[in-house]
Write a protein that binds this ligand. Structure first.
Ligand code: SAH
Length: 216
């Protein structure tokens, strides 16, 4: 994603009640913050928040956390949440590299990765959010039988991810290379990138992978 320099974005989100400050203080206690015992699902790299807002509206009995690294980007999600005020959605400005500082073991029910940065150069493979570096983190914070759901338009990233999940013993529960031509699409909530790329006629790929019972 190209970043525009948005003056005051960090200050804006620091002052909004709709962005959770110091998210690491809630490690192990996210359900208490939501005030219920519902499962907690996390989108990493949520961008401007369209998917998180849509999911939180569609499933009020699930707690959602939208995580985004850049304050200039999350600002737009925070503004949307100011309008919607969804009680089951929290927004955090954080880096996936720090997942274990933010969430306790088994605290997360499901992780969404939507149109993650592809990092196309071979030497940058460890930066991809589906590389083993991150899968090891997901294996810690996800509950037993927890899943990662990933959507992308990027074929090399999708192929890399299929291999990466399989290499670490994750079970692939669902794989499609053209999500929008699948018959059971009615529950699909589009992300910003998904809407943009599918309007250009690019196929959207999706996989669902389940955390292995025995961790390598
Ligand atoms: N999920 C959105 C945005 C996709 S662009 C959509 O589908 O429309 C990828 C987003 O991931 C960018 O906003 C980028 O800033 C964010 N991102 C990339 N690496 C990240 C990381 N390590 N931690 C958190 N967010 C990250």
């Amino acid at each position: 994603m190209r970043l525009k320099n948005v003056p005051g974005a960090a200050e804006y989100i620091a002052n909004s009640p709709y962005a959770t400050p110091d998210p690491q203080q809630h490690k192990g206690n996210w359900k208490a913050l939501f005030g219920n015992d519902h499962p907690v699902r996390l989108e990493i790299g949520m961008g401007k928040g369209q998917f998180m807002i849509g999911m939180s509206e569609a499933e009020p009995d699930v707690n959602y956390i939208g995580m985004e690294k850049y304050s200039s980007v999350i600002k737009r999600a925070v503004q949307k949440q100011e309008e919607h005020q969804l009680p089951n959605l929290k927004l955090i400005c954080a880096d996936a590299a720090d997942l274990e500082d933010l969430f306790a073991e088994s605290e997360i029910d499901r992780i969404y990765l939507n149109f993650s940065d592809p990092w196309p150069k071979d030497r940058h493979w460890k930066r991809r959010l589906s590389s083993e570096v991150f899968l090891k983190k997901y294996e810690i914070i996800l509950r037993d039988k927890g899943t990662v759901e990933m959507k992308t338009d990027n074929v090399p990233l999708f192929d890399f991810s299929l291999e990466s999940f399989a290499d670490r013993g994750w079970e692939l529960l669902y794989v499609t290379r053209d999500l929008h031509s699948e018959p059971d699409l009615k529950d699909n909530i589009m992300t910003e990138y998904e809407a943009k790329f599918s309007a250009q006629g690019k196929p959207v790929m999706k996989l669902v992978a389940m955390k292995p019972g025995i961790i390598k």
